[in-house]
Design a protein around this ligand. Structure first.
Ligand code: SF4
Ligand code: SF4
Length: 318
């Protein structure tokens, strides 16, 4: 039988903000949402993504055209305007079916690089069993993304193997997954951050591309289940999108109604901006400032008024 494999677009060691202790963060490709403020757009699709860095590209200094010549589909050309921000232009509609990535192999300076590659479960577990030496007691692995529940067979296999090897598993999920599968996967983790981005279904669809009924139903089911793990709701605070009193109070009341007590609010940041550019996309939030401390304190106060425990930024105790 073929070994289970899946696409991972990043691994980060030594994380201390995404679950108990010291952890390895595993970024799985694929996401059903398209949040306009997303800081990991390279994880949206279950395929490797070609990223272009104008900082590293030597087209102008060296008159390099290696990628232009290497692409068998004619998808790359040198920009007509020598002053253009990006030295080369990629017609990404021609890249969708590409699996050979000759352009990346041709580039000697990482002007083009491939983000994401296929891992087998065996290979993954070898790395985890190496990393566990520095986790210390209480640490482990946190699966994030993208949305870690998109590659169903792969995540189930990794979670089962973590359990078999006594590795503490945590997950950061949008909660947008088929209910039965959601509960099956969550039964294999000890800690979960599940996002609530907006309470109004239509506003949720406007900003993320999907409505939130499935997400709220999954959270309700998990909160009412005999699951022994710890669930903390996470809400990124995006100015002008979800920072209004009406949305915050609705979130707090929903949590209270389903018996949840803890929420972690994260201030919007612009760290994903350059990734959108490297994918040939325009970041809609490129001029958006982070919410002020006063805004975060106001929102924290609204949650506290409803009897909830609200952690701001990286304050969540584990
Ligand atoms: S990903 Fe493939 S089609 Fe796209 S530019 Fe590179 S080689 Fe050409
Ligand atoms: S091969 Fe690399 S350095 Fe050369 S033009 Fe293409 S991206 Fe730039």
């Amino acid at each position: 039988m073929a070994e289970v494999s899946g696409l991972i677009f990043d691994l980060q060691a030594h994380s201390v903000h995404d679950g108990p202790g010291c952890r390895t963060l595993v970024f799985l490709s694929g996401c059903p949402l398209r949040c306009e403020w997303c800081s990991n757009p390279e994880g949206w699709e279950v395929r490797p993504r070609v990223m272009f860095s104008s900082m590293k590209c030597k087209q102008r200094e060296w008159n390099c055209t290696r990628c232009v010549e290497a692409c068998p589909r004619g998808a790359i050309k040198v920009a007509d305007d020598p002053e253009a921000e990006q030295q080369i232009v990629i017609d990404r509609s021609l890249c969708e079916e590409c699996t050979t990535y000759e352009c990346v192999a041709a580039c000697r300076v990482e002007g083009l690089r491939l983000c994401g590659r296929l891992w087998t479960a065996d290979e993954f577990m070898r790395i985890m069993n190496r990393d566990r030496q520095y986790w210390g007691p209480g640490g482990g692995v946190t699966f994030t993304g993208g949305e870690p529940l998109v590659q169903k067979d792969f995540i189930l296999e990794l979670l089962r193997r973590c359990r078999r090897d006594y590795i503490h598993a945590a997950i950061e999920t949008t909660g947008h997954a088929e209910p039965e599968f959601f509960m099956e996967a969550l039964s294999l983790v000890e800690f979960a951050f599940v996002d609530i981005k907006l309470m109004d279904p239509e506003r949720h669809r406007r900003w993320t591309g999907v409505t939130n009924e499935l997400i709220l139903a999954n959270i309700t089911a998990l909160a009412g289940d005999s699951w022994s793990g710890r669930l903390v709701i996470r809400t990124p605070i995006i100015p002008g999108v979800n920072d209004d009193d009406e949305n915050i109070v609705a979130t707090a009341e929903f949590m209270r109604d389903v018996g949840l007590e803890e929420i972690n609010i994260l201030p919007f940041h612009r760290l994903g901006d350059s990734k959108w550019t490297q994918l040939g996309l325009v970041y809609p939030f490129k001029d958006q400032e982070s919410p002020s401390r006063e805004t975060m304190e106001r929102i924290q106060g609204l949650f506290k008024d409803k009897g909830l425990v609200c952690y701001v930024g990286y304050e969540t105790p584990f």
